[in-house]
Structure formats: structure tokens, C-alpha cells
Design a protein around this ligand. Structure first.
Ligand code: FNR
Length: 224
């Protein structure tokens, strides 16, 4: 799927450990034809062993340099072992919600609803616009309201701005109305406001990366 950012740090660690061990045992040359590098082994292993949990991350911002989207990109890189986080990139392509089309959704809507339904949980990071959630994000949630498979969907919330308390309250109201299961202990607020961030910069800043890592672990433990 386009726009997939999966956690790979854990897999890379395992593969490098494997390569190191086989090298130490003098087996590297025997296996060289099969595994050119730990990276190749990494790809093969990831193809064969599915992740234990698949999470869908949705940013409420369409901005190219969005702090909320950067935060979700970092979450994908910091995901616990065996957890795959897919960052959804089609928010802006969803048509305006119309109940008349709920039973005959466009391919974009059908793919979005299916991805949300199939996910073991949602990771949401949404900015505040005019003391509420952005219309584009509410539009996406409206497409999910009719799904009989959405109720009890586990959700964690990342808030990238300490000022955005009204949007968080509104988001909680909408999600609880949709019967989502918000895992409160996994919901965190970080201060990314007013500065340019990307996923790598967040991962490299331990004051941001550690709370993200901890929140993801709490969420995954709660829904496993
Ligand atoms: C905002 N912002 C904002 N912030 C806030 O705390 N309360 C508010 O009511 C609003 N309203 C608002 C309206 C509009 C139209 C814009 C463009 C912005 C600021 C906004 O929430 C902040 O810049 C976020 O960091 C944007 O998130 P991304 O795009 O970086 O993910």
C-alpha cells in the first residue's frame, strides 16, 4: 500500500544479530549465496512472519510539514517488536461524506474503511482548528460511523500541541459516540508546536521518543 511506513528497527536488530552469529560460527561463507546481507535476511523474515499487531495511524492534518503526521511517522519507527504501524495517507482524497453513498462507497472510502476495520487499533494525531477537529478529519470519521465493525475499536491519541485541549475533547466526544475504545493510559500530549519536525528528528530526540515508545507499549499491551 502507498505510504506505508512500518517499524523495521526490531527486525533489523534481529537480522544483524543472526548475521553476526553465523559469521562467528564460520557459516557466513556457506550461507553467502542465500543471504547477501542482514538487510536481505530482514526482508525475507518480514515476508514470512506476520506482525502480531497491525495498527493504522491517521493524521488529522493535510499539511506537508505537519507535526501530527511527523509524530505518527516517528511512532511507526518506534513501534514495539512485532507491531506494524501503517500511516494512512489518503485523508485528503476522501469525498465529502454523504449518507446516500454509504452503501456504495468510492474506492478511496472503501479502502479507508477496510483499513480501519482490519487494524487491531488506531493511532490518531489530530490538530485543533477553531477549537475543534479539522473538517477533513471529521469527514473521515463520518465515513466510519456506519461500519458495524467499528464499535470497540481500540484507539490511542497523540496530541502534538499542549494548547489543543478543545480538539482533544471534541475528538473524544466523537470517538466515544462511535463506541471506540479509547485507551486513556496510552494517550499523550507532546509539545511540537511552532517548530519544524520530521519523523527522524523526533526519533532522535529522547524527550519525545521515549514517551512515544512508552505510550505505544501501553497501547499494545492493553489490546493484545
Ligand atoms: C489553527 N491552530 C489552532 N491552535 C489552537 O490551539 N487552537 C485553535 O483554535 C487553532 N485554530 C487554528 C485554525 C487554523 C485554520 C489553523 C491553520 C491553525 C494552530 C494549529 O492547531 C497548529 O498549528 C497545529 O500544530 C497544526 O498541526 P499540524 O498541521 O502541524 O499537524
Amino acid at each position: 500500500m502507498k505510504g506505508v511506513i512500518e517499524s523495521s528497527l526490531g527486525w533489523r536488530r534481529i537480522c544483524y544479530q543472526y548475521a553476526f552469529r553465523t559469521c562467528a560460527k564460520g557459516q557466513r561463507s556457506a550461507g553467502a549465496g542465500k543471504f547477501q546481507s542482514p538487510d536481505v535476511l530482514c526482508i525475507i523474515l518480514r515476508m514470512q512472519i506476520p506482525p502480531a499487531l497491525n495498527l493504522l495511524a491517521i493524521s488529522g492534518s493535510l499539511r506537508a510539514n505537519s507535526t501530527n503526521t511527523a509524530l505518527l511517522g516517528a511512532a511507526a519507527l518506534l513501534a514495539p517488536e512485532g507491531v506494524a504501524i501503517t500511516v494512512f495517507e489518503g485523508l485528503g482524497a476522501l469525498p465529502h461524506f454523504n449518507p446516500d453513498h454509504a452503501d456504495t462507497p468510492s474506492p478511496e472510502v472503501a479502502a479507508f474503511v477496510q483499513a480501519a476495520v482490519d487494524a487491531d487499533g488506531l493511532v490518531i494525531a489530530c490538530p485543533e482548528y477553531a477549537r475543534n477537529i479539522p473538517g477533513t478529519f471529521k469527514n473521515a470519521l463520518d465515513w466510519l460511523v456506519g461500519s458495524t465493525q467499528f464499535p470497540d475499536k481500540p484507539v490511542m491519541l497523540f496530541n502534538a500541541s499542549p494548547r489543543a485541549s478543545d480538539a482533544q475533547a471534541a475528538l473524544r466526544l466523537v470517538l466515544s459516540t462511535m463506541s471506540a475504545r479509547i485507551v486513556d493510559d496510552a494517550c499523550i500530549t507532546l509539545d511540537l508546536l511552532g517548530r519544524p519536525w520530521n519523523a527522524a528528528a523526533i526519533v532522535l530526540d529522547s524527550r519525545l521518543a521515549e514517551p512515544v515508545r512508552k505510550a505505544l507499549a501501553t497501547f499494545c499491551n492493553a489490546i493484545q
